[in-house]
Design a protein around this ligand. Structure first.
Ligand SMILES: *[C@@H]1O[C@H](CO)[C@@H](O)[C@H](O)[C@H]1NC(C)=O
Ligand SMILES: *[C@@H]1O[C@H](CO)[C@@H](O)[C@H](O)[C@H]1NC(C)=O
Ligand SMILES: *[C@@H]1O[C@H](CO)[C@@H](O)[C@H](O)[C@H]1NC(C)=O
Ligand SMILES: *[C@@H]1O[C@H](CO)[C@@H](O)[C@H](O)[C@H]1NC(C)=O
Length: 498
């Protein structure tokens, strides 16, 4: 009886709270702490070592079990997170300056991120760690991007030692201070001295290559090996050509290196887990209860699936799914939400929770952090631009396919290549009552297509292209083309049925 009578009240209270927060009627604006890891998967057990994160954010808030990225690669995904835009709208196509990573077009968009919006609304804002891969390479970090009150951006890509941090525009080199721990210390300091409201982004390098754990965590997972799922080191069939390149399967002698990478990733994540615990303890000590804590990653990862080595960049679930956990003042504890969410949703969600107007130009939708079972239907777009250039193949590797612009082929990987210029694709990822599927088109000479039914085939073993009627393929193609030129709310069809 108690539960029957209290449920509607709870609902009303929650809706009221949401209304107040969303409408900005409370002068007490919430704080935001966003933890953005680098290359953390969710399908291969990437959250298993995160005991504190699961307890302090997951059990205190919502875990979004269907979270996808707009592109499974660092710089494009980070640009999407900051702006709420799809790749075709922010133009950051790959991790290089020429591909739009921290290039001229980005500099224009950078004045319209969730950070500039919140700073404009009176927030004190803080960033520490990896920003965009090309940040600071030209001026060694002399530029502080717009929107940040306190800035500790990492120059270049993720590393653990021997890095330059731009401390509010002053480049500071450090040889032997473990970067995740430095981010923790600066974050705790910032919270202790802060007047509210504030926004923080903590972007540690883990678990990115070279997967270096803090010395205290070395060998913490000595006996862990990469999971031997049904597709571990199994040759790919009916997949685009890069996936079928030799050696496939990988030689047995390669597997210890995959296991080393897997366990080192977990070990490198332990310092992140500790950082989150310390940051939340500091929030609690300062009674900063009106704080949303958001935990996510820029892209997923694979280790050994379909005889690949270890990397991201592919359209499979391992690479496009990421963790997302959110706790905060109006969020129910210990709830798993199945609503389909994308990284482009974070910016509009933060703006809405801060009581600010969400610009119509943003492609993402506001995440429902109140209702456990909101609409679970959505048609999502994933875009990837293959990287590869002439001469990128290590000379010790036998491949001479220069016209294909292979990339990431190294003797350490038995010369297995991880990318190529025409590993360029766009996918529809549909989740809804009528289906749970994926349709991908590759921009290669064959216009290669992959189709998977994720309910029947969660490991994406069977490409259904040849079993799918031409009319359905034409329909998928049509919807994909619409999505590829979408802007703003056009990018958010709930579930387009064929
Ligand atoms: C950092 O650089 C120093 C000096 O070049 C080198 O001795 C050291 O091995 C480097 N450390 C790491 C972890 O790469
Ligand atoms: C925080 O405040 C303490 C005490 O007032 C001061 O010593 C410290 O330098 C401040 N830290 C920062 C990062 O401002
Ligand atoms: C959270 O939910 C899980 C699964 O329903 C349950 O096992 C666990 O005890 C819950 N934790 C708390 C703190 O309520
Ligand atoms: C990145 O994208 C740009 C623009 O499409 C392209 O010119 C460049 O070659 C790409 N870089 C790599 C390494 O593939």
């Amino acid at each position: 009886m108690l539960s029957l009578s209290s449920t509607p009240k709870m609902l009303i209270l929650n809706s009221l709270l949401f209304f107040l927060l969303a409408g900005g009627i409370l002068c007490d604006k919430p704080n935001f702490v966003i933890i953005l890891t680098d290359d953390q998967d969710v399908t291969m057990g990437g959250m298993t070592p995160m005991k504190h994160v699961r307890r302090l954010i997951g059990e205190e808030g919502m875990t979004f079990a269907n979270t996808f990225v707009s592109s499974p690669i660092c710089c494009p995904s980070r640009a999407s997170i900051l702006t709420g835009l799809h790749v075709h709208n922010h133009g950051t196509r790959n991790n290089t300056l020429r591909g739009g990573c921290y290039g001229p077009q980005w500099k224009k968009l950078e004045t319209n991120t969730f950070a500039t919006a919140l700073q404009g609304a009176g927030y004190r804002t803080f960033y520490a760690g990896k920003y965009l891969n090309e940040y600071g390479k030209k001026d060694r970090g002399a530029t502080v991007p717009p929107g940040w009150t306190e800035w500790h951006g990492l120059v270049g890509n993720s590393v653990y030692y021997n890095y330059t941090l731009s401390n509010n525009g002053v480049p500071t080199y450090s040889e032997d201070l473990y970067l995740t721990d430095i981010i923790r210390d600066m974050s705790v300091n910032f919270i202790e001295n802060q007047t509210e409201p504030f926004l923080m982004v903590l972007a540690p390098p883990a678990p990115h290559q070279p997967f270096t754990p803090a010395p205290r965590h070395r060998d913490a997972f000595r006996d862990i090996t990469a999971p031997r799922t049904p597709i571990f080191n199994v040759a790919a069939k009916d997949k685009h050509w890069l996936m079928t390149m030799p050696p496939s399967p990988l030689p047995e002698s390669m597997l210890p290196e995959l296991d080393r990478a897997y366990r080192s990733r977990w070990e490198a994540l332990l310092a992140v887990d500790e950082m989150v615990a310390d940051v939340i303890a500091t929030l609690n000590k300062g009674e900063k209860d009106n704080t949303y804590v958001i935990y996510t990653s820029d892209n997923g990862y694979h280790v050994g699936q379909f005889s690949q080595v270890y990397d991201k960049r592919q359209p499979y679930e391992s690479d496009i799914r990421v963790p997302l956990l959110i706790k905060g003042p109006a969020i129910k504890p210990n709830v798993t939400s199945l609503q389909p969410v994308m990284n482009i949703d974070l910016a509009p969600t933060i703006l809405q929770l801060a009581g600010l107007e969400v610009p119509e130009t943003m492609d993402g939708r506001v995440i429902d952090v109140i209702d456990e079972n909101p609409v679970k239907e959505r048609t999502m777009l994933v875009e990837y631009f293959g990287q590869g250039q002439d001469g990128a193949v290590d000379s010790k590797c036998p491949w001479k396919y220069d016209s294909e612009y292979l990339d990431e082929c190294r003797p350490l990987y038995n010369c297995k290549c991880q990318d190529s210029r025409n590993n360029t694709y766009a996918c529809l990822r549909r989740i809804g009552k009528q289906g749970n599927d994926k349709y991908c088109e590759f921009r290669d000479t064959k216009d290669f297509i992959e189709i998977y039914d994720l309910d029947a085939d969660p490991y994406e073993v069977s490409n259904l292209k040849n079993e799918t009627m031409g009319a359905f393929i034409a329909w998928y193609h049509h919807v994909l083309n619409i999505m590829l030129s979408c802007e703003g709310c056009d990018c958010d069809p709930t579930f387009v049925d064929r």
